[in-house]
Design a protein. Structure first.
Length: 269
């Protein structure tokens, strides 16, 4: 108490508190709640951690909403490719500079709620599988700090990598099935499908790629293929639709893989 008034002792420096107060009392002017003004993830994280400490829930909710755009909780194919969350992009409310920042995103999710983290943590953990084993084991540089997964999340990523990669077979199965039971009578189309599968094998798409990558380009004939060897449009459309359905199933299954019970989110059920 100071002259009859309660005093709160804080450990934060003045600049950090000033930044938080600007958001609390002048949110509009600060741009924190205006999605037309992207916020750098390092700043979003800093403000959110302070908001958690002082239990300012509407700031935490805003951070969750912004991060769900980069780390989707519903099936949005064009935002599920590796590194799709990296860089300053039109319409993206958060700017993330490095792919390795996915680790800091996971940690922020755990800081928000360690037992029942926000759903964006599932996609962030999925993206962590694209990082090197060294990054997962030893952490990465993050704006003067070292961002490391918790022992539990580190072990989870290492343990489930093979399970996620096996989903490549699930996603690409419609094309493999079409080789055994052609969708049309065109020999050129059949040969093009064979070329596509051979191309996948050459680039190790069944073993080294994550299963939610956009697949439309992978169905095109690889350069150097014989002239006239093209997948016909009806077959391509049907196969792409079938593979997208398989990807949706994989996406919905990520919650079980990463042990997040709140996944898939209600919009997906």
């Amino acid at each position: 108490m100071l002259e009859g008034c309660p005093v709160l002792r804080v450990d934060e420096d003045g600049a950090s508190l000033a930044e938080l107060f600007m958001v609390v009392y002048h949110g509009g002017r600060s741009g924190f709640f205006d999605w037309r003004k992207p916020i750098e993830f390092v700043r979003l994280r800093r403000i959110t951690l302070l908001a958690l400490r002082y239990k300012i829930q509407h700031i935490v909710d805003e951070a969750i909403a912004r991060l769900e755009h980069l780390f989707p909780t519903t099936f949005v194919p064009d935002r599920l490719s590796i590194h799709s969350y990296v860089g300053e992009k039109e319409g993206y409310p958060v700017t993330i500079t490095d792919a390795e920042d996915a680790i800091a995103v996971v940690n922020l999710g755990r800081a928000i709620d360690s037992e029942n983290p926000p759903a964006f943590i599932v996609t962030a953990l999925y993206f962590c599988l694209a990082l090197s084993v060294d990054d997962i084991l030893n952490g990465v540089a993050f704006h003067g700090e070292t961002a490391m997964l918790s022992p539990a999340d580190r072990d989870l990523c290492l343990r489930q990598t093979d399970e996620v990669l096996r989903c490549n077979y699930v996603v690409r199965q419609p094309v493999v099935d079409a080789l055994e039971k052609p969708l049309c009578s065109s020999k050129a189309c059949e040969a093009a499908l064979q070329s596509a599968v051979c191309h996948w094998i050459r680039i190790k798409a069944f073993t080294d790629h994550l299963p939610l990558e956009q697949l439309s380009l992978n169905l095109k004939v690889p350069s150097g293929a014989p002239a006239g060897r093209r997948i016909c449009k009806p077959c391509e459309t049907e196969l792409l639709k079938a593979m997208e359905q398989q990807q949706r199933k994989v996406f919905e299954g990520l919650g079980a893989i990463f042990e997040i019970s709140s996944w898939p989110t209600p919009a997906e059920t």
